[in-house]
Design a protein around this ligand. Structure first.
Ligand SMILES: Nc1ncnc2c1ncn2[C@@H]1O[C@H](COP(=O)(O)OP(=O)(O)O)[C@@H](O)[C@H]1O
Ligand SMILES: Nc1ncnc2c1ncn2[C@H]1C[C@H](O)[C@@H](COP(=O)(O)O)O1
Length: 225
């Protein structure tokens, strides 16, 4: 019996994985998709035409990059909807505005007019009753030191050349962001509590937690309807 059946995870569920750069979202996306036999929706890094340029010059490229990410994630959202769910999504659309665009605006690497144009586009596309929110956002968290080690280990040159302060600022912002996040239910996982790379059996307790969470929320929804 596969884990989806064993833990009674609805086959149309949409689970999104959130967390700072390098925390382990893509690795978790693959592990959960394999365990549940779900499709994946990845953030494509290698084919992103702006990412390298952005890391070399934040001011010049931050608006272009945000618009690109928004378009890509929106297209993915449409694909997920067309398949009728059953997806694990590598990074949520909410992080683009709540973390990245906001941080670049507040740090002065995105102009006010660009930020306002971007947020009004984002709000019109996403913050509407017509936009399907995920059933669960799985938030991965860990210490700044562990996460920087992972960024180093993965070795993307553009990220290695970025000052540590950038990652420190992002790490802090993520903590504030998740503590105020309300768009959908959240399951928080500490990266020290599992090791899906070296121990494939560690995915099962995560699926069990997801199941409990989804069914608990389902009950709450029924009670309030
Ligand atoms: N559970 C884990 N234990 C140890 N290393 C991990 C784990 N998950 C991911 N990593 C490593 O951390 C790095 C970043 O992981 P990745 O999944 O690409 O992160 P993200 O998608 O959040 O940027 C990769 O080198 C990956 O192999
Ligand atoms: N919205 C974004 N703005 C700026 N940079 C972003 C955004 N979304 C992702 N990124 C960057 C961060 C990483 O360098 C790569 C991939 O992210 P990862 O967390 O490793 O999946 O894209």
């Amino acid at each position: 019996m596969n884990l989806r059946t064993k833990y009674n995870i609805p086959n149309d569920a949409v689970l999104t994985i959130a967390g700072t750069v390098g925390v382990g979202k893509s690795t978790m996306t693959q592990a959960l998709a394999d365990a549940l036999n779900f499709r994946t929706s990845y953030e494509k890094v290698d084919t992103n035409p702006y990412l390298d340029k952005f890391y070399a010059d934040f001011e010049r490229w931050s608006f272009h990059l945000q618009v690109y990410f928004l378009a890509e994630r929106f297209k993915e959202q449409k694909r997920i909807f067309e398949y009728g769910g059953g997806f694990i999504q590598d990074r949520s659309i909410y992080e683009d505005t709540g973390i990245f665009a906001k941080m670049h605006f507040e740090k002065g690497t995105m102009s006010k007019v660009d930020y306002e144009t971007y947020t009004s586009l984002f709000d019109a596309m996403v913050m509407t009753p017509y936009f399907p929110h995920p059933d669960l956002l799985i938030y991965l968290e860990g210490s700044f030191e562990d996460i920087v080690d992972r960024i180093q280990e993965r070795g993307r040159p553009m990220e290695q050349q970025t000052p540590l302060d950038y990652w420190r600022e992002m790490h802090k912002r993520y903590e504030d962001w998740i503590n105020n996040f309300t768009a959908c239910p959240i399951l928080r996982l500490d990266i020290n509590d599992y090791d899906i790379l070296r121990d494939p059996t560690s995915v099962e307790p995560i699926v069990e937690k997801i199941s409990k969470f989804l069914h608990h929320n389902e009950k709450l929804k029924r009670r309030h309807s």
